[in-house]
Write a protein that binds this ligand. Structure first.
Ligand SMILES: [Zn+2]
Length: 173
């Protein structure tokens, strides 16, 4: 089932998400719904808070070189913790909760991630490039942060102006 995605400036996006303690059928069904929602929205990542569930859950499906996403490349990440972040990388990020806006954001280039899978098993992965970027973007959501908060003052102003205009246009159409 596709879930509705909440968008900026919905205040729920500022909530810090809570740790998951129960890895049951309800969680599994929710993860399946998150996958459907992400794919139907043409996203490469989705945090639970974006579908109004403030729990520490995110999913990622990084496209291959041709831009194709495959279900078997989906990573379900629960209660993530970043270790050993290194280097910097700049990438033009977007967000399903901030539709239509893209900006260059600086992130760590590589990291190690400790997390739980859907069964509660401890897992580790090494990430670089787009995977590392997406992990950091989604974990920010779990902290109640959006990528636009990383913009400089002037770029943030530009965003507010463009976003308000886009919202108005949407209302009028
Ligand atoms: Zn996002």
């Amino acid at each position: 089932m596709k879930l509705p995605i909440i968008t900026y400036p919905d205040k729920l996006l500022k909530t810090r998400s809570q740790e998951v303690t129960t890895f049951d059928q309800t969680l599994h069904a929710f993860l399946d719904d998150m996958f459907e929602t992400m794919m139907e929205s043409n996203g490469i990542g989705l945090a639970a808070i974006q579908v109004a569930h403030p729990i520490r859950v995110l999913i990622l499906c990084i496209p291959d070189e041709e831009g194709n996403q495959f279900k078997e490349n989906t990573i379900e990440i629960i209660n993530p913790v970043i270790h050993n972040p290194q280097g910097t990388i700049i990438y033009q990020e977007g967000c399903l909760s901030v539709p239509g806006f893209y900006e260059d954001i600086e992130r760590f280039a590589t990291l190690t991630l400790h997390y739980r899978d859907r069964h509660g098993n401890e897992s580790t992965l090494e990430a670089n490039e787009l995977l590392a970027i997406a992990i950091q973007h989604e974990i920010d959501h779990l902290e109640g942060k959006l990528f636009i908060e990383k913009l400089t003052y002037n770029r943030r102003k530009k965003f507010e102006k463009e976003y308000k205009r886009a919202l108005k246009e949407k209302k009028n159409s």
